[in-house]
Design a binder for this molecule. Sequence first.
Ligand code: EPZ
Length: 409
Amino acid sequence: MHGTVEISGSKNAALPIMAAALLTDEPCVIRRVPDLSDTRFMVKILQSLGASASLEHGTLRVHAKKIKGYADYDLVRKMRGSICIAGPLLGRLRKARISLPGGCIIGARPINLHLKGFAALGAKIKIEGGYVDARARKIVGSSMFLGGRAGPTVLGTANIMMAAALGEGMTVIESAACEPEVVDLANFLIAMGAQISGAGSPTITITGVKKLHGAEHEVIPDRIETATFAIAAAATNGEITIKGARAEHLRAVLDKLQEANVIVERRGTDLRVKRRGKLKPADITTLPYSGFPTDVQAQMMSLLTLAPGISIITERIFESRFMHVSELARLGADIEIEGPSAIVKGGKPLSGAPVMASDLRASAALVIAGLAATGSTQVNRIYHLDRGYENMDLKLHKLGARIQRVQET
Ligand code: EPZ
């Protein structure tokens, strides 16, 4: 692949920021919101709560003048990320009743840490009829430790920041998630008048205020999309420029790409990506930020199937995030799973075949493997891909990829 690709706004920053607009009865304008099935879903959820919301050409206009504290069961149940409406509803209305998100294919994904945080803020929690019901006479700031089995929780940290923003007194979150998406949310909340310090570090302090006002914000670029395109370029031995990226959000990924013999040069907010000859194996362990992101594990596995030698990929965040392994094996990859690790014996050429996407990042990994394989590959169930990548096929096509979206028969 050759040429230039423009990175879209971050899905995982946009979703909680869209929910945060529920914290004020004044209008908010959020720019660079990617056009994805997940963000369109969140617009529907905001509307079902009573807010006016519209997403056009990447700009979201929300006005949550008057809202209710419970969201449509079927809507919320379908998108895990919608759990992040709970914090704003509890913060503003002192009550939130939403359907339990339930597990997904990559793991059980409980919300015990979210509920622990809400309870620490004074909320009474009830789980009944598939709903979680949180109510509080008042939100009272308090200190809490929010670390769990796999370390901090990203949306848990987001939820507590949003619930505490309109609370009484000071809240301190220890073992907070440090992801750039958490920082972007904090910046939007601060623009609305919230008092927050320490976002991006493991200790976040929120001093409650009486009221938040409307604000404007531009969402950060999507670091996972950036990593996905860098890996796709390396897998096809191409040379591309990625525009509008934030390299500082991707240090662990760029470090591992370098180890695999891929050069990534920074030129302002552009990244120039190309291989330095043959790919080399690398060992990867997924960790909370600033470690290697779990959302890039599958894509990196596709690349390492092409690198002669042994690469060991260990998934420490989600307990079943290797669904792509059996599909990569259909393309001829040699991968063995040993507990939380996948042992990749790389270097064997891949050959095209029909494969099935199981989740968002696995589908991106299969597209990358298909681009690197001889012959043609058909990736099915790409609705997974459309949840998190804006026009991925068109962007790849513009870089010279022979890729086409076809109706499934
Ligand atoms: C966010 O999910 C992202 N989603 C995920 O991206 C990402 O994989 C994940 O963070 C980790 O980086 C969005 O931002 C919308 P967590 P989140 O709570 O917040 C356990 C993608 O591909 N845990 O940080 O739901 C949990 O089971 C998606 O774009 C508890 O045990 O993830 C997991 O093992 C997939 N109890 C770990 O913590 C809790 O209450 C990290 O989960 C909460 C989480």
